[in-house]
Write a protein that binds this ligand. Structure first.
Ligand code: GDP
Length: 302
């Protein structure tokens, strides 16, 4: 977790420095409050959370005074943690269903290029490190390269990949993978899906079919939506569409190493009503971390 904080500090601390600099000004006049608001909006926090936070900070500056930099930092830390919401359940349901003798099934969804396949590989690595038996399903049958890329991750991490013919039915690959997972008594099946956002109806058909087919074996445990943190409003639009199409249970926010716009964590949680559970902090196999609100805010505050 300290590594998470260090990596976040690299990318997010310009945001924290900006806010702390503004808050510890001698006089918090209207212009300064506007600058604080702009800083938060620029960090993709979203309009409503920004207004709420500024309101809270205004009140606390009146009541408690924020001129002391230490005090300003403590207040900002507290308010940011509240905004990120530590009460949300961020645990991943990846445990085998022992009584029913079947693996946990995790669908990984999102638009192509957001880091879906990479996330599946990294997550497999985390689970393998915890001594779990994992199986990957290449249900993105539309791009040959996608299945190859997933298989490469599987080889790298030491887990098998189930794949079908190019252009084949994604649902049948997912079905066969879970079937193999049951037969081989694995703990977790991670399903990489196609992310063609052609039309909402097309997407709904595709993902809905995969889910229904997999559910013949038993309920899906997690539907993780992968969003690229660098894409701002575009990412929010994707969250909205996917949220309407599938029951997302958690968000993976990738490429947080490439942007200081960490406010998207709050914006996307509000949009979907589900927590950010994992964050991607680089392209390497070890660059995936469980999302921890306090570590995150401490990263922002540097
Ligand atoms: P997919 O099309 O959604 O499956 O996306 P990929 O997994 O192929 O990832 C697209 C690109 O994003 C690749 O070059 C990845 O290495 C890169 N990528 C994925 N996750 C991260 C991350 O957390 N940080 C950075 N910097 N790059 C990432």
């Amino acid at each position: 977790l300290t590594r998470l904080r260090a990596r976040l500090a690299q990318s997010q601390s310009t945001l924290g420095r900006g806010l702390l600099g503004l808050l510890s000004r001698e006089r918090l006049d209207e212009d300064t409050w506007e600058e604080i608001e702009d800083t938060l909006l620029t960090a993709d926090l979203g309009v409503t959370p920004t207004q709420e936070l500024v309101e809270r900070l205004r009140t606390r500056s009146r009541v408690e005074g924020l001129t002391d930099p230490g005090q300003a930092r403590a207040v900002l830390r507290e308010e940011l943690i509240t905004l990120v919401d530590p009460s949300l359940d961020r645990s991943l349901r990846t445990d085998r269903h022992v009584a029913e003798n079947r693996p946990a099934v995790v669908l990984v969804v999102g638009v192509n290029g957001t880091g879906k396949t990479t996330t599946v590989g990294k997550l497999a690595r985390v689970l393998v490190a915890e001594d779990r038996d994992v199986l990957l399903a290449a249900a993105d049958t539309f791009r040959a390269a996608a299945a190859d890329q997933l298989t490469t991750w599987g080889d790298r991490v030491g887990v098998p990949t189930v794949r079908g013919p190019e252009g084949g039915d994604p649902g049948s690959v997912a079905f066969e993978a879970v079937k193999a997972g049951i037969e081989q008594e694995v703990d977790t099946v991670l399903v990489d899906t196609a992310g063609r956002l052609q039309t909402k109806v097309g997407l709904m058909d595709e993902l809905g079919k995969i889910k229904r087919v997999v559910e013949k074996h038993g309920p899906v445990d997690e539907v993780l939506l992968v969003l690229d943190a660098t894409t701002g409003q575009n990412g929010m639009m994707q969250a909205r569409v996917f949220g309407e199409v599938v029951d997302v249970t958690g968000v993976v926010l990738t490429k947080l190493d490439g942007t200081a716009k960490g406010g998207i964590v709050v914006a996307v949680q509000r949009e979907l009503g589900v927590p950010v559970k994992l964050v991607g902090l680089g392209e390497g196999a070890d660059d995936l971390a469980p999302f921890d609100p306090e570590e995150f805010v401490d990263g922002i505050l540097g």
